[in-house]
Design a protein around this ligand. Structure first.
Ligand SMILES: Nc1ncnc2c1ncn2[C@@H]1O[C@H](COP(=O)(O)OP(=O)(O)OP(=O)(O)O)[C@@H](O)[C@H]1O
Length: 308
């Protein structure tokens, strides 16, 4: 395959990346590549610093694999650079290519298409704490963004705080609630039964506190797309056939994946053992959020990709 030579600015950025890596305890350089460079050469320019390449272009992915450089495959969707970068970082962590506390250098075409012209130094723990609203926006679900955010926030809080010093695992299934109710059954008497709609809205601080308390019971919270808790303690019966999940994930995560495949709902599972929150859509993990020491701040970031 014909390879593209790095333009002079890209070559200088590689030298800068190497220097910054040495001076600032950087564990890897991530290159968002739109062109099939000679990645072995790029790696040699970085000397001993680990190179990871992220791309959604099949020819670039093939070149990366030929050169035996770790590849982060991105989804083929027009995203802002910021979202692509966040996605690449989350994928790299999910594949154990990076640790959540790492600091990395990112190289990308921020302003001109195809020309690597930008360098960012990113502290992953800080970046992941500032998960962008767009990470959820791109899910394109019928669940309004503010409801999804409330539920994911609550899941993250449960994963981080647990209850009375004990870690707690649970699951939320949001949207398409009639079908989700049909595909699940009651495990324990539903503690929300008998309360009015107003007393079951996830936006209410009191309801959020009750949810945190009740997260210790087995089963899932079912939430309507307008944010009303329809039931708690439901065991999901969706079939798990045809699904693939990372090894190490147990029954809770399989059930979350299965219900998101069988219905249009979004499922958010909190792992009891790690506090990690995984958001499932259509049977796969679309977002993974590691527990943070500090509370998560939502923010919108607008860096548009260069014009096609
Ligand atoms: N079909 C299901 N529907 C709802 N909840 C379920 C279902 N199956 C299991 N769970 C919940 O998951 C809990 C733990 O199961 P398991 O340890 O196998 O899950 P896991 O995916 O490994 O998650 P964790 O990381 O929290 O251990 C159960 O106690 C139960 O509350």
């Amino acid at each position: 395959m014909k390879r593209t030579d790095p333009a002079p600015v890209f070559a200088s950025l590689l030298k800068s990346a190497r220097r910054i890596a040495a001076e600032h305890d950087v564990s890897a350089v991530i290159l968002l590549a739109d062109l099939p460079y000679d990645f072995k050469h790029v790696q040699s320019e970085l000397k001993g610093v680990k190179l990871l390449v992220a791309s959604h272009q099949p020819d670039v992915q093939q070149a990366v694999q030929e050169d035996e450089i770790p590849l982060i495959s991105l989804l083929d969707e027009p995203h802002t650079r910021q979202v692509q970068l966040s996605q690449a970082l989350l994928e790299a962590i999910a594949d154990d290519l990076l640790q959540t506390g790492a600091r990395i250098v990112a190289l990308y075409a921020g302003f001109e298409r195809d020309n690597v012209d930008s360098l960012s130094v990113i502290s992953l723990s800080e970046h992941l704490a500032k998960l962008t609203t767009r990470d959820l926006q791109r899910l394109e679900t019928q669940v309004p963004l503010q409801i999804l955010r409330k539920v994911v926030d609550l899941a993250i809080e449960i994963g981080r705080e647990g209850r009375e010093g004990k870690s707690v695992g649970t699951m939320f299934v949001v949207g398409n609630h009639r079908k989700v109710m049909e595909m699940s059954h009651e495990q324990v008497h539903d503690p929300f039964r008998g309360y009015s709609r107003k007393e079951r809205m996830i936006s209410s601080p009191r309801v959020r506190e009750s949810v945190k308390e009740l997260a210790q019971i087995d089963g899932a919270f079912i939430i309507s797309s307008d944010g009303c808790v329809m039931a708690a303690g439901r065991i999901l019966d969706a079939p798990a056939e045809g699904l693939t999940l990372s090894k190490g994930l147990g029954a809770r995560h399989w059930a979350a994946a299965a219900i998101s495949k069988a219905t249009k709902a979004i499922a958010a599972a909190v792992s009891e053992s790690t506090g990690t929150v995984r958001v499932f859509q259509n049977g796969v993990v679309v977002l993974r959020i590691e527990p943070m020491d500090q509370a998560m701040k939502w923010q919108d970031v607008d860096i548009e990709p260069p014009n096609e």
